[in-house]
Design a protein around this ligand. Structure first.
Ligand SMILES: [Zn+2]
Ligand SMILES: [Zn+2]
Length: 527
């Protein structure tokens, strides 16, 4: 079917930033771009008057956790809670409404709560002394549990002693690798449950104008085999159920990595909606939890250099295992020491087995130095950034790393000026996948309330910010020739907005409405 959308403000995001009034699609591809008059001279099966609405390439979030998000949206959201009483009240309200068998919540942050301290076992016991309760901090590297949950964790078999050692039974806190132990206590998930989560999650993504996510899911669900999860996504695609592209950032243990090799997507596949992408690795924790690996430690704890997830040998081994089979690698590194270690390991991998076309990258790349950015450039490492992270982190960065070093952090403009490949994401559920708010953050460098600005000299232009989630977001998955811009012959992934981002104040981006989301020419969301 030939479908025309006309009377719009169509921004191609191509290299010349061409703008059009009309866009035509057919068989999932863009077949026309031009003026209203040129468009209306052609034959179309359907013509839609956009009445001035804006059209952009469909939004692409290059680092998030779709299944985590879908699970947590079923649980208790704690984003923005101001007091511990509020946490307890929200949880009790959910218990009264649904009488669940267990209660999981997420999103609290002691930095923005009145008490200014971590939640404890005593707080959690106020919620229930009968069912297991676990509330994850916004960073998901720390969780508070009630006594019932702690006793179930204590009774778990097959937990490595060094992981169990990260459980603070006294205060009810799980840290780092132990922060996922609560999952082993929950009822095991089956295929139908996982499919339902994906359906619920993708619906919300489409409503936000998103047509593609790079999602780290494979270890999100306790008891779900990561290879089976890949099968579930593929089944849903075969059944016509997927409404978003999912480029899986494959976080798996070494034994599953061997199995992943057999089922991974062909790197030349440009059309499947679900594809396996890079091997995902985590090298450190978070700044909030002071577990990010820092070269100079933390301002108030100079000897604390954070918590490495892998030894340097293990990091090298995991990177090389992917590198030698020409599978890209994306490594979570928040601290500058973690970033340095990843650069060292990448250098080794590349030295041993040169692969000119790799698209390895760093997820987050938050605390950097000019020298480390130069190294990323020299090694050809891309940056998967989350501009919206500055909303919370501008309040703590100087306290954590000092005023001087804080100037080198979250240096998005410096990355672009250097010529690094940079794309934008939300790390949802750490932050919501509101692309428009994420763009606002990159452009204004202000917090959501507009009361604080962080390194305004690192602000991006509107064009740069939009590219982070469109054209530049196509590069990490090697899709720049087939999508990410509106050009004839490219896949018809579009978002229709009620306002033109290039004609309004970026402060107002969060109020812009998504009117329609189109994947491969098919409408997957309409307001
Ligand atoms: Zn991460
Ligand atoms: Zn993440």
């Amino acid at each position: 079917m030939r479908k025309l959308r006309y009377n719009g403000a169509v921004t191609s995001m191509d290299g010349s930033m061409n703008r059009y009034e009309a866009i035509g699609t057919q068989d999932g591809k863009i077949v026309f771009l031009g003026t209203n008059q040129e468009a209306l001279n052609q034959q179309w099966d359907e013509k839609v008057d956009l009445k001035g609405a804006a059209v952009l390439p469909g939004f692409n979030d290059t680092h998030m956790h779709l299944l985590h998000y879908a699970m947590f949206r079923r649980n208790v959201p704690l984003f923005g809670v101001k007091t511990i009483d509020e946490v307890v009240e929200r949880c009790k309200a959910r218990m009264d409404a649904e009488h669940p068998d267990y209660l999981i919540g997420m999103g609290w942050n002691q930095e923005t709560m009145e008490e200014g301290r971590l939640l404890t076992k005593e707080d959690m016991d106020r919620i229930s002394t009968e069912i297991p309760v676990c509330m994850l901090r916004t960073c998901i590297h720390i969780a508070a549990c009630n006594t019932v949950m702690l006793e179930k964790i204590r009774a778990l078999k097959n937990v490595e002693p060094e992981v169990m050692a990260l459980v603070d039974f006294e205060n009810g806190i799980l840290r780092e690798n132990a922060a996922r132990l609560y999952m082993d206590v929950l009822p095991q998930a089956d295929d139908a449950y996982v499919k339902q989560l994906i359906r619920e999650g993708q619906k919300e993504l489409n409503a936000a104008g998103i047509t593609c996510v790079h999602s780290d899911d494979l270890m999100a669900i306790a008891g779900m085999d990561p290879i089976r999860l890949i099968g579930i996504y593929r089944e849903m695609e075969a059944d016509g159920e997927l409404t978003v592209r999912v480029y899986e950032q494959c976080l798996v243990e070494p034994e599953d990595f061997e199995r992943l090799k057999d089922v991974r997507s062909d790197p030349a596949d440009r059309t499947s909606l679900f594809r396996t992408g890079p091997r995902k690795l985590l090298q450190d924790g978070s700044l909030g939890a002071k577990s990010a690996e820092m070269i100079d430690g933390y301002v108030d704890e100079r000897d604390n250099h954070g918590i490495p997830i892998y030894t340097e040998e293990e990091l090298c081994r995991r990177i090389q295992a992917a590198h030698v089979i020409h599978m890209d690698v994306a490594v979570h590194a928040i601290g500058d020491l973690a970033l340095k270690k990843v650069c060292d390991a990448m250098e080794q991998a590349e030295g041993a087995n040169p692969w000119a076309d790799h698209r390895h990258g760093i997820v987050h790349a938050q605390t950097t130095t000019p020298a480390l950015l130069e190294r990323m450039k020299a090694l050809g490492l891309q940056a998967y950034i989350q501009p919206i992270f500055i909303d919370a982190d501008m309040n703590i960065i100087a306290e954590r790393v000092g005023e001087e070093h804080a100037k080198d952090c979250y240096n998005w403009k410096a990355m672009l000026d250097l010529g690094l490949h940079v794309s934008g994401g939300s790390d949802c559920p750490v932050e919501p996948f509101n692309v428009l708010d994420n763009m606002r953050s990159a452009i204004t460098r202000q917090n959501r309330t507009g009361t604080k600005t962080y390194l305004p000299e690192q602000a991006l232009t509107v064009e740069q910010a939009v590219r982070l989630f469109t054209s530049d977001a196509a590069w990490p998955s090697r899709d720049e020739a087939v999508r990410g811009t509106l050009e004839t012959g490219k896949q018809a992934d579009l978002v229709v907005l009620d306002q033109d981002l290039f004609a309004i104040d970026p402060d107002t981006f969060p109020q812009v409405k998504v009117l329609e989301t189109v994947l491969n020419g098919r409408t997957v969301y309409r307001a």
